[in-house]
Design a protein around this ligand. Structure first.
Ligand SMILES: *Cc1c(COP(=O)(O)O)cnc(C)c1O
Length: 495
């Protein structure tokens, strides 16, 4: 009971108004830093002491990242009340979601069904897409996507050559490439997120083998001719990765079924794997048919013809860190890459109902946190309509800010648009801009963040500094936050 009361009071702190600014004060940071012991004490302290230390010294030096609706750095999301509740249950009961043991615990069933509910939210048909896993984030999901892709494209190459040696999971990348007379695997994309490049580094593909195949007039769109030339190469096999939501602009690399159909056709023709990094962009699929969202909705249209999809839970789904998800249309491939070999005692018992894979055979970890429970809780709490309404508020705020910037003498909206209508039409939940005055622009993000009323990320666009406002918190209030953001921007431009 004491435990419950304690958690209750913590939640009130977390859910209450965050009035200490989006960044901690330098005094609070210094105090917290000096309170950290420099070595492990021989004798432990009381629980009360530890709690007071954490709440009194450490917590005041946190930032408002997820708590404040005005923290627009990175793409941080927040924590919905239902997710917060469930996450505390996860810690309190500390279940290990590792092996599907249906007579021992319900947790693998809940995780499996949470993935199904998520597929419903994202309008991915369960027939083809109820397969995948929860991860620590989109980076891990991109590792899964490229790992499955690597396995697939090399198995295809082995088939073409009539070789039995195509599985990287079994034989290793070096032996397989040598057997097939190939020099490597390449990843073809347009403005991919840095984590995709990292994934290539981890998987032996190599960061240098992630290539931008961009059109000259639009760096987010594939140059289809160049893409086909790369796919035709006989020394390399390829994975094509779609930026389903580019992290600077929030815009999409594809716009509809026709373009995706062409990508699918090319990948099938040349035995390539088609992956979509939809960390935040995949949520465009939650929008309905309102005309004002038609253009952004197109960014997610047809994406379900790819082979694998990366998504983030701790961004637009607003569940706590860390949580991502991975969907794949090829159930068997994940097992070929990630199977936990020779552990017969870990095999699942047979049951009625759906055949639920043991998470340890289809993802990176063996022991795993029950991070699907906050997802499950939040999906039940909001339903399809609640999540759509949340995203609409985020988009509306981004559009209101962009309109103000477009009219402002001090700022330029990026990418540069011909008209306000065009800009608004293309805007998802990100705002990219810079100051016209170069001196101000050099330190724009810093100046905005110094107000501590809101937090933005510094970025770059077309070779010059740019500032990004990424809107992803469930607590967005369009009127209140438009006033706050434009007020801060006006104030920064004047000083
Ligand atoms: C944030 C992001 C990632 C990385 O996600 P993490 O959850 O930080 O691992 C990957 N791709 C895109 C497009 C992103 O926005």
């Amino acid at each position: 009971m004491q435990q419950e009361q304690f958690l209750q009071s913590l939640w009130q702190v977390a859910q209450g108004s965050w009035d200490s600014g989006v960044l901690p004060s330098s005094e609070n940071l210094a105090r917290a830093r000096s309170s950290i012991p420099q070595s492990l004490p021989d004798v432990g302290a009381s629980l009360e002491f530890v709690q007071q230390h954490i709440l009194g010294d450490i917590v005041p030096a946190f930032n408002g990242g997820s708590i404040s609706p005005n923290y627009y750095g990175f793409i941080t999301g927040g924590v919905t009340p239902a997710a917060l509740f469930a996450d505390n249950v996860v810690s309190a009961y500390d279940q290990n979601v590792q092996v599907h043991l249906p007579n021992h615990s319900i947790v693998t069933d809940v995780e499996y069904h949470a993935l199904g509910l998520l597929a419903d939210l994202l309008r991915l048909s369960r027939d083809r897409w109820h397969n995948g896993t929860f991860t620590t984030g989109a980076t891990a999901s991109n590792i899964l996507g490229l790992a499955c892709g690597r396995e697939f494209v090399l198995q295809k190459a082995a088939e073409r050559k009539g070789s039995q040696l195509g599985s990287v999971g079994e034989h290793g990348l070096f032996e397989v490439l040598q057997e097939l007379g190939l020099s490597g695997v390449q990843v073809l994309s347009t403005l991919p997120h840095s984590s995709l490049v990292k994934a290539a580094g981890v998987l032996g593909i190599g960061r240098a083998n992630v290539r931008n195949i961009c059109r000259d007039d639009d760096p987010l769109q594939f140059d289809m001719e160049q893409l086909e030339q790369e796919l035709q190469r006989t020394d390399k096999v390829s994975i094509v990765a779609i930026s389903c939501g580019e992290v600077n602009t929030g815009r999409f690399a594809t716009s509809g079924v026709e373009q995706l159909g062409r990508l699918r056709w090319l990948c099938d023709k040349y035995g390539a794997w088609l992956h979509a990094d939809g960390a935040f962009g995949i949520f465009a699929r939650t929008l309905d048919d309102k005309p004002e969202y038609a253009t952004v909705k197109k960014g997610g249209y047809g994406i379900d013809i790819v082979d694998s999809i990366t998504g983030d839970g701790h961004k637009l789904l607003n569940v706590p860190y860390d949580c991502g998800f991975f969907f794949s249309q090829h159930a068997e491939l994940a097992t070929q890459v990630f199977q936990n070999a020779n552990a017969a005692y870990l095999s699942a018992g047979a049951t009625d109902g759906p055949s639920i894979p043991s998470p340890l055979n289809i993802g990176i970890e063996n022991s795993r946190r029950f991070r699907a429970l906050p997802v499950y809780a939040s999906l039940l709490y909001y339903g399809r309509d609640g999540y759509r309404e949340m995203l609409e508020r985020q988009i509306q705020l981004a559009r209101a800010i962009y309109q103000w910037i477009f009219d402002s003498p001090a700022y330029i909206a990026l990418p540069e648009a011909n008209s306000k209508a065009e800009l608004v039409d293309q805007t998802f939940m990100s705002v990219l801009f810079r100051a016209k005055d170069d001196a101000l622009n050099q330190e724009l993000a810093k100046r905005i963040n110094e107000t501590s009323q809101m937090f933005v990320s510094g970025s770059s666009w077309d070779g010059a500094p740019a500032t990004r406002i990424a809107i992803s918190n469930w607590r967005v209030d369009v009127v209140r936050d438009t006033a706050l953001v434009t007020g801060v921007l006006a104030q920064v431009a004047q000083t």
